[in-house]
Design a protein around this ligand. Structure first.
Ligand code: 13P
Length: 255
């Protein structure tokens, strides 16, 4: 039987100082208050400088902590980089790989993203692999081609429901206030599930959580999260303030 517990993950990107940790504490208090009425896991992915402090704040509410990137190697002469093992050592249980901002800003290829996901698995971290088309690719009707290429190129063959999460983040929807229609999200997610099945088998693919990301807010979270095959959200801007992120978390409260 397929049981995918939804995940609401906040990606702080290059935002946040120690003084901002109170926002995380407030969210954790809210999660603790919700108790078993919250039918979702919650995760914060702060900048690496705040991982240890975030782990401390999140412990009692059982809120998970993830990182935003990792190097492919376990250690070595790579000034400024962090390995998946180091992130795990700092208390992270997951790491985002292949975010479009890293693919764009740092020229990360599908193969590199796949290697990072494999490094995450080696370290015992869950890899949150991001995929999604640009506005231009969408304009030319290439969305599914892009998703196909990114899935086959950046999802390791050893991906399972417990070590891998895929986030569909249309690049044009990130930070713009724009979102795809529910039908477009449903089509993309159904396609992703199907392609994952081709890669790792339908039974394993059915266990993998597929997140939607891109301008998720309290006002649209409920509608987006009800879409078939959407197993949670990867939230950027709206995860920075406790009020906003709690509003999104509330979309997963069962009556
Ligand atoms: P926004 O929620 O700010 O659009 O960012 C989405 C995102 O990139 C999360 O990884």
């Amino acid at each position: 039987m397929v049981q995918r517990k939804p995940l609401v993950a906040g990606n702080w990107k290059m935002n946040g100082l120690a003084a901002d940790l109170g926002e995380i504490s407030r969210c954790c208090e809210h999660v603790a208050e919700l108790g078993t009425s919250l039918a979702a896991e919650v995760m914060f992915c702060p900048p690496a400088t705040l991982i240890s402090a975030t782990v401390e704040r999140c412990r009692s509410a059982r809120v998970a902590v993830g990182a935003q990137d990792c190097h492919v190697a376990q250690s070595g002469a790579h000034t400024g980089d962090l390995s998946a093992h180091m992130l795990r050592d700092a208390g992270a249980s997951a790491v985002i790989v292949g975010h479009s901002e890293r693919r764009g800003d740092h020229g990360e290829t599908d193969a590199l993203v796949g290697a990072k996901a494999a490094a995450a698995h080696d370290a015992g971290l869950t890899a949150i692999i991001c995929i999604g088309e640009t506005a231009g690719q969408r304009h030319y009707g290439l969305t599914l081609n892009v998703l196909e290429r990114q899935i086959s190129g950046s999802v390791p063959n050893a991906a399972t429901g417990s070590n891998t999460i895929i986030a569909y983040e249309p690049v044009w929807a990130i930070g713009t206030g724009l979102t795809p229609t529910p039908d477009d999200v449903a089509n993309a997610h159904a396609f992703m599930r199907e392609r994952l099945g081709g890669l790792i088998g339908a039974a394993e693919a059915a266990q993998i959580r597929l997140l939607y990301g891109g301008s998720v807010k309290p006002a649209n979270a409920r509608e987006l999260m009800q879409i078939a095959d959407v197993d949670g959200a990867l939230v950027g801007g709206a995860s920075l303030k406790a009020n906003d992120f709690c509003g999104i978390i509330d979309a997963f409260v069962t009556k």
